[in-house]
Design a protein around this ligand. Structure first.
Ligand SMILES: Cc1ncc(COP(=O)(O)O)c(C=O)c1O
Length: 458
């Protein structure tokens, strides 16, 4: 990947541990040194441009060098470079952003809490779910149900909620009390002869079976991404959340919405919950909240959750939770500016138009390709599943490395995508224009044709 004798590569290999990277392979291949960004492109240290069709990690929604976000951060650093939100402290910007998030999310009468990463936001939701039930005299309601193939972060509870074995393997996770139910993947999960309605009924019945087996009085919450991101861009069938939430309500279980990827326009609505018909009790926001220009996240809760927190501490205790940088003034200033930009560009309309254009390209390319099994997704969050056999949906054997080989070819062609197994993910910055979308599609088509030559179907 890089010249291992170059000073940055040498130092990086010698001193730096990388996330989600195989150590041996990294020592052999070295890093991709990203030197600068401009719009939807990044440039490596040799000056080679890449169109980053993943917005980094599904997050740089406004591209890689937005001058307004830089100016908002600089202004705030000059005025107040740090303050915290413990012990009643706040600032005008924190109060304003909290109000804005409650309004945007439609959590009427609710409140917002700030943290610094998506994982922290998800962990905060779990702790609030515990307080919620304890305050209502149900302290045994502690377990959390997530789904297979979910991604919810890397801290210990968040990783326990992931439904991806590679997040558990090295660490003896999940922790006890973190359970998993079926993934609503129509392409891989439907049984022969089953239609989507029957599939949804089976998923709801399986969830209820798990709840009854564990004991409803032991279950605090169910957590879900509206559309699975890292698990392979999985759009649940219609009515999935409606049916799942009937089950949750019946057993007094909170619904936690991980909007960390889906939020702020990504799926063609302000929030993924609108795209899939989910009605959560709490929402976790991060990534697009600040276009990832600052580590800031938030949890927005329904009034009942806040009421429970107040009641629990009625006798004088304090909410025993908080991060040094919760409500960091610079993060808040950057997030407020990012939201202003989303509103000015009419992010929902823009994402719908660009998403439809990209999807149309992918579908056309997919129809002509013997190895594209399915194109799926919503807005600018699209997935392409590669298969050995389109008719039977037979996957490639894992040792054929279809997805990783595509990633390497795309990278050589100046396109950054992301394979999740043999699902290719596309989640470009939301500021892509028609020409960018066409370029992503062209580079995708070229890389796919190269892949077909080295990895024939059949
Ligand atoms: C859906 C989802 N939830 C949570 C997280 C964790 O966020 P963070 O890496 O900021 O802790 C991620 C990160 O990719 C994510 O995709």
């Amino acid at each position: 990947m890089s010249d291992l004798t170059a000073p940055v590569a040498r130092r990086d290999v010698a001193f730096h541990i990388h996330s989600q990277t195989n150590p041996t392979l990294f020592e052999e291949q070295g890093p991709l040194v990203v030197a600068r960004g401009a719009g939807v492109r990044v440039y490596d240290s040799d000056g080679k441009p890449y169109i980053d069709a993943m917005a980094g990690l599904w997050c740089a929604s406004l591209g890689f060098a937005n001058p307004r976000l830089a100016a908002a951060a600089a202004r705030q650093y000059a005025e107040l470079g740090f303050y915290h939100t413990f012990f009643h402290r706040t600032s005008e910007a924190v109060a304003e952003l909290a109000e804005k998030l409650v309004a945007l999310t439609g959590m009427d009468g609710g409140k917002a809490y700030f943290a610094t990463s998506g994982s922290e936001a998800n962990e905060t939701m779990v702790k609030l779910a515990w307080v919620y039930h304890a305050a209502r005299g149900k302290p045994t309601k502690r377990k959390v149900i997530a789904r297979d193939r979910a991604f919810h972060g890397s801290t210990i509870a968040a990783a326990s909620m992931c439904g991806l074995p590679f997040m558990h393997r090295e660490f003896g996770l999940p922790l006890p009390g973190f359970l998993h139910t079926l993934c609503p993947d129509p392409y891989r999960g439907m049984l022969p002869g089953e239609d989507e309605t029957a599939f949804v009924e089976r998923l709801a019945a399986e969830l209820e079976r798990l709840i009854l087996a564990e004991g409803p009085d032991t279950i605090a919450a169910f957590i879900a991404e509206p559309i699975h991101a890292g698990g392979g861009i999985i759009v649940p069938p219609e009515r999935y959340f409606a049916r799942i939430q009937e089950v949750l309500r019946r057993h007094d279980i909170l619904c936690l919405d991980d909007e960390i990827v889906c939020g702020f326009g990504r799926t063609g609505n302000w929030f993924g919950k609108e795209t899939v018909g989910m009605r959560p009790d709490m929402m976790a926001l991060a990534k697009g909240l600040s276009s990832a220009y600052f580590p800031i996240s938030a949890v927005v809760v329904a009034p009942a959750v806040y009421d429970a927190l107040r009641e629990f501490n009625r006798q004088g205790g304090a909410f025993g939770h908080g991060f040094t940088n919760s409500g960091h003034p610079v993060g808040v200033a950057v997030a407020a500016e990012a939201i202003r930009i989303y509103e000015e560009m009419d992010v929902v309309d823009h994402v719908r138009r660009m998403g439809a254009r990209l999807r149309a390209h992918f579908e056309e390319i997919g129809r002509a390709s013997p190895i594209v099994g399915e194109v799926r997704g919503a807005g600018l969050m699209l997935g392409i599943e590669l298969v050995q056999d389109k008719a039977t949906r037979r996957p490639f054997a894992p040792d054929r490395q279809a997805g990783p080989t595509f990633d390497r070819l795309a990278y050589e062609n100046g396109l950054i995508a992301r394979c999740m197994g043999d699902v290719l993910g596309f989640s470009p910055p939301l500021i892509v224009d028609e020409a960018d979308v066409d370029e992503i599609a062209d580079r995708f088509a070229a890389s796919l044709m190269q892949l077909e030559r080295v990895l024939p179907a059949g």
